[in-house]
Design a protein. Sequence first.
Length: 179
Amino acid sequence: MFSKSKINDPSAKPAEDSSAPAKPSPSSSSAPKPDFSASAPRPKAPPSSLSTDLTITGNMKTTGDIQVEGNVEGDIRAHLLTVGETAVIKGEIVADDIVVNGRVIGRVRGLKVRLTSTARVEGDIIHKTIAIESGAHFEGSVQRQDDPLNTGASKGAGGAPAAKPAASPAPASTETPKA
């Protein structure tokens, strides 16, 4: 190790020598750097936040997390979606994890869906797991699916067996006659 530092000292003399040791220096010091970029995942970004005074018209899509406190008229797709107590969302929301504290008017599709005591949902919920706290208001139907994020399976999963998630769109007519 001490010999490498001695190599760095003479490398400062000519430009050619500085470029040659510069490559070994990063390789010796780059051993930790690839560990950060290759083995360790990038630091998770903080959730995007829509404040109470913000109104969005249009669809939103992210692979990250969203905290909504304002109004959204459009569909939202995210990894984790938290609907704040002051939020009103008019549209379909799709996420791995959904926590509803506010109001949602539209379909909710998620692997984990949680309606807190302050939640007000008007629409169907398609989920893998669901938790509804006492005091939550919900009008619509609840449907369990193994893959609720798949849009094709969400329209016709009327009792499809868990072993055949790809074949679930066939019984689409079982859910529609509710007029």
